[in-house]
Unconditional design. Sequence first.
Length: 428
Amino acid sequence: MKDTSATQCSLRTMTWWCVSGVFLVGLCGSLANADEKAIRAQFHPYSHSTPQLPGLEPGVTLTAANVHLAREVLPAELVQLVTAGDLALSIHKTTDLPPRAAYLDATIQHSQNVALQNSGVLAHYHAGAPFPLVDAVAPQAGEKIAWNLRYRDLGEAFELRANPRQLNTSGGVEHSNRGHMKIRFGMYRPNPADNIAQWQEQGIYMKNSFELLAPSDQEGIISLRTFYDDDTRRTEQWRYSPQNRRTRKDTVNYVTPIGGYYEMLQEEQPPFFFQGYVHEYQWHLNGQQVMLVPGFLTAPAISYGGKYGWYPQIPWELRRVYILSCTPRNSHPFGKRVFFLDQQTYTPLLAISYDPQGTFVRLMIAGHASPHGHPGSNGVLLPMLVGAAWINYAKERATLFTTGDTMILNPPLAVQRFELMEILRKGK
């Protein structure tokens, strides 16, 4: 199965998207006003209407019998899987998730000064989306969307309980563990008062603490990662092992599997789905259009079904997305990945991976809940990760990842919880 998704993603509704920016410029009296209105339109694409196509109304379930109705809005790889009976797609009404007011305001205030230098370095970025208005055919369009992905709004902090497990074609669990993840951002907050002065001085964008809770032979292993604002500076990691009661420092190899065996790479850790180095990839914006993609649950409970029990049972929605391809410049397990990013939130909803020969080998489906039905949203209206699946057809196995209702946005996480002394304290 060859990489056909980029060439088969044409859609008659694309005209609305492509001309909207020009239309607004012509209406407004000043360029500044035009830009602001265009930016607001980008983040509010469903304020007047939601995408609709004949035969794909809410309540319809796509199976082998009727999947042909969605050929214009589904990647060819998904059409083939549904045709083969691997999964069915239940279509729901499009969910409207506008950005936080502070994030949108920061985008409007700062984005006009952001620049992407020829070397790929981001300059003059302060907060919000760096490039809210991107010409799809302009040079560096893909890179600009990649930076929007990196700096999408995930709140100021979050924590979750993770349960990854690897299944074979018999439904048997080959590997499984549970862990507690805590994340805090230190720079580029929409409200500058939420920045951490010490981290800003050190160029620290984010810190990630992860403690393994199970199985028993891994219980108590703690890792603390420091992510720097400089994309060329390697992520640092401290690891504590209760077996020898030692703490060591190393760097993160992003292209290795999480746990050494799961089907998700270190750089694909949810809820980010890409947190590697932008400069290590060639980015290409394949298109901007309406697609049928995984949508948003109304409750945090998620289940898995379909062939071998590998597929998240979530609603699929017609949504406006960016189709972004990512080709590694250096040695990598995959030859290319194609991300389907939600236009409103830049959340990766779907990803397709190809081997170096261009053959489709892996599918990632992300499951999110609407914050309106999730107890951990704390009133922060952002997508809430509840699960995900990485299905590797070449290896005939899948990694399922579940968080359920454990994700909490903007919990009161003290800066001290992300320092080396915290590992040493907990390890005693």
